[in-house]
Design a protein around this ligand. Structure first.
Ligand code: NAI
Ligand code: MG
Length: 347
């Protein structure tokens, strides 16, 4: 099994180093790593943020563990050469259409949330956001109307194949969790949402062990802060998922804790922390590596068929946090490497 390591910019190399240490501590047989340049560091070395050799490695690999991209030195570059284009290019080139973002409150950190501890402590949910369709990819233009006003439009569309493939990912994810799937849409107003809801209901027939419910997106936004503990798996479109996943993820404390996966539905995935390259703290040993460590756990679960090893990492992170492994982002004093030490020790 080949894992592509793409550390990238800023804190990327520091956090990937710690994730690699944790993976090494599991001593998994047959796992090999190959590293490549991505982002600003790739632009500086070879003139492109996603060089052909990197894309080739990503295609060959069974899974990709990604740090972050983004470099203030590159701010003045044309858009297609900017580091951030690398992650968009990888998602598109590899057909990574299913974005999984778990948000779980570690009991020891309930005080770190902006929600009341008794509300926050119940959070253990997974948002599944469709990544390749919706209003982001429909026809869009800026035009001038007959009476001379500027007008912008973006067409929102989904076809049933696009909805069905994300539905299967969502139902299977719910099966592996607590068996509850909430589909979020705006079916009272939007045709795309009516199709979304119809296809979810049709797909449910294949998964009799999963309880499917539906919620309008405006209500979902409210429920996520009112009573987030009610959710197990949420599945939604690209636009609603963009907003709701950021909202849900911040309910659990630090951005340095949040992992994600982008899957192609055939086993391949790109795994990365949801945060960026954090240039303000890069090179100072202040980055929290746990989001990346937890992304590595997702990689073992979803791409490498090693759910037990994934569970071990997640349990070790919980034990490390219980033992006080907190960096500056959580009001503690531990360095990036010390947090890595704590997870390895807990393993
Ligand atoms: P950011 O997520 O890099 O940082 C936001 C704030 O959170 C900063 O104060 C940072 O120090 C802190 N932070 C982030 N990760 C942390 C960690 N692991 N431990 C402790 N603190 C952490 O977002 P920002 O500043 O908006 O963007 C910086 C660069 O990253 C930009 O170039 C942006 O385009 C890029 N970016 C890249 C992403 C990716 O590679 N997928 C995602 C988001 C942003
Ligand atoms: Mg977002």
């Amino acid at each position: 099994m080949l894992v592509a390591l793409l550390p990238g910019d800023g804190i990327g190399p520091e956090i990937i180093t710690q994730a690699r240490r944790v993976l090494d501590a599991l001593a998994i047989e047959g796992l090999v790593y190959e590293e490549a340049l991505v982002g600003g560091v790739a632009y500086k070395a070879v003139g492109h943020p996603l060089p052909p050799a990197t894309l080739d490695l990503a295609r060959r690999a069974d899974a990709i563990l990604f740090g972050a991209v983004g470099d203030p030195d590159c701010d003045a570059l044309e858009r297609h050469l900017r580091p951030e284009q690398a992650i968009l290019g990888l998602r598109k080139e590899l057909g990574l259409f299913a974005n999984l973002r778990p948000a779980k409150m570690f009991a020891e950190l309930a005080d770190a949330s902006t929600l009341r501890p008794e509300v926050a402590s119940a959070i253990d949910l997974m948002i599944i956001r469709e990544l390749n369709g919706d209003v982001y990819f429909g026809e869009k233009a800026m035009r001038t109307t007959a009476d001379g006003q500027r007008e912008g439009y973006d067409i929102m569309s989904y076809n049933e194949g696009e909805v069905r493939r994300i539905a299967h990912v969502a139902f299977r994810t719910a099966q592996a969790r607590r068996g509850r799937l909430c589909s979020v849409d705006k079916a009272n107003v939007l045709e795309t949402s009516q199709l979304w809801r119809d296809v979810m209901i049709e797909t449910a027939a294949d998964y009799p062990d999963v309880v499917l419910s539906h919620m309008y997106v405006d209500n979902a936004a409210m429920q996520l802060v009112r009573n987030p503990g009610q959710f197990d798996v949420i599945v939604t479109g690209n636009l609603f998922g963009d907003i709701l996943s950021d909202q849900a993820s911040m309910c659990v404390g630090s951005i340095g804790l949040l992992a994600s996966a982008a899957l192609d539905g055939a086993g391949k995935g790109l795994y990365e922390p949801i945060h960026g390259s954090a240039p303000d703290i890069a090179g100072q040993g202040k980055a929290n590596p746990l989001a990346t460590v937890l992304s590595a756990a997702m990689m073992l679960r979803y791409s490498l068929g090693l759910p037990d090893q994934a569970d071990r990492i997640e349990a070790a992170v919980a034990r490390a946090l219980a033992g006080g492994a907190r960096g500056a982002d959580l009001g503690g004093t531990m360095s990036t490497a010390q947090i890595g030490d704590a997870v390895v020790a807990a393993l």
